[in-house]
Design a protein around this ligand. Structure first.
Ligand code: PEP
Ligand code: MN
Length: 339
């Protein structure tokens, strides 16, 4: 249920309603808008009619059910689009598109520093790089772990770019959150509910990737796990789903963008690197993502893709990333955005 407060409701009235929601056994999530405050009441759906009585409380305009199974993620609760602040001047979900770029994995100091400098020069706003890697094979390179986090922090110190890096295991959430500006949850962990809850208890923005076989409703239910722990800074990332097609690594589902924009207030970015799996398809799909309304992009860039320890075949060389960014600026302008 959502309790919609009147436009001029006082903070005492809002506080009383929050207290009453708790007393009735529901978890109140107040959302303070410019115009008015709404209080989402999360809890057992079956007994929620008791909340209807709040309609009589001072300052309350209406008590309405949330129809979608995802509550805090839904536009019913939060009509305006959310912006996720990464740092001053870098917001995901605003007019300006946010591009995150860097290697699949952090491999060495030189590799990450050279990439950071190159992607910054081309116009990226965040540096990506995996220190903990979820690999299909236990025999593949698993990432540099804490050493990789330290190298990312060094690259941030050199370039000023905030860093986004993956957390694979709930036990590593604390150490990754110590170094990262944004915590990435990978496709393979999209329904790892313990991990989702764990990052929901941090105060770092979370980039949540769509699982390779999750529906958009399941995707938003995964986001709900993070939101319901009190972390409201969730960025969704479409990265392709598994279909019968084998020409591409995944099938990049760009129709997810308009659907998600209708269903949720959360910002949505697209990763055409994992979405296609081949460097030559990344740029056109990046441009198509911008045209379809994405709030940003995640792109794998490597100074020497042939020798990359992971995902070299889908990584762009810095020069090609620069060309991608030039086109992104033109497509963004056509879509009424900036890049
Ligand atoms: C990655 O970003 O390198 C990654 C492993 O992505 P995904 O979880 O989308 O496969
Ligand atoms: Mn990768």
């Amino acid at each position: 249920m959502i309790v919609v407060m009147k436009a001029g409701a006082s903070s005492a009235e809002i506080g009383d309603v929050i207290g009453e929601v708790e007393r009735l056994g529901y978890k109140p999530h107040p959302i303070y808008g410019v115009e008015r405050t709404v209080i989402a009441c999360i809890g057992d759906e079956r007994g929620k009619t008791v909340l209807q009585a709040l309609e009589a409380a001072p300052g309350v305009e209406a008590v309405v059910p949330i129809l979608k199974p995802f509550k805090l993620a839904s536009r019913e609760v939060h009509g305006a689009r959310s912006r996720v602040r990464i740092r001053d001047g870098v917001d995901v979900g605003g007019e300006r598109l946010v591009v995150m770029a860097g290697p699949c994995s952090v491999e060495s100091e030189k590799q990450i520093l050279d990439t950071a400098v190159a992607v910054k020069e081309a116009g990226a706003s965040l540096l990506r790089g995996g220190a903990y890697k979820p690999r299909t094979s236990p025999y593949s390179f698993q990432g540099m772990e804490v050493e990789g986090l330290k190298l990312l922090a060094r690259a941030r110190a050199e370039t000023g770019l905030p860093i986004v890096t993956e957390v694979v295991d709930p036990h590593d959430a604390e150490i990754v959150a110590e170094y990262a500006d944004v915590l990435q949850i990978g496709a393979r962990n999209a329904q790892n509910f313990a991990l989702l809850r764990r990052v929901g208890r941090t105060r770092k923005p979370v980039l949540l990737k769509r699982g390779m076989s999750t529906t958009l409703q399941e995707f938003l239910m995964a986001a709900e796990y993070i939101l319901s722990e009190g972390n409201h800074d969730v960025i969704l990332c479409e990265r392709g789903i598994r279909t019968f097609e084998t020409a591409t690594r995944n099938t990049l589902d760009l129709s997810a963008i308009p659907v998600l924009r209708e269903w949720t207030h959360l910002p949505i970015i697209v990763d055409p690197s994992h979405g296609t799996g081949h460097w030559q398809y990344v740029t056109p799909m990046a441009w198509a993502s911008v045209a379809a309304g994405a709030d940003g992009l995640m792109i794998e860039v490597h100074p020497d893709p042939t020798h990359a320890l992971s995902d070299g075949g889908q990584s762009l060389k810095p020069k090609r990333f620069q060309e991608l960014m030039e086109g992104v600026r033109r497509f963004a302008a056509a879509a009424g955005r900036q890049a």
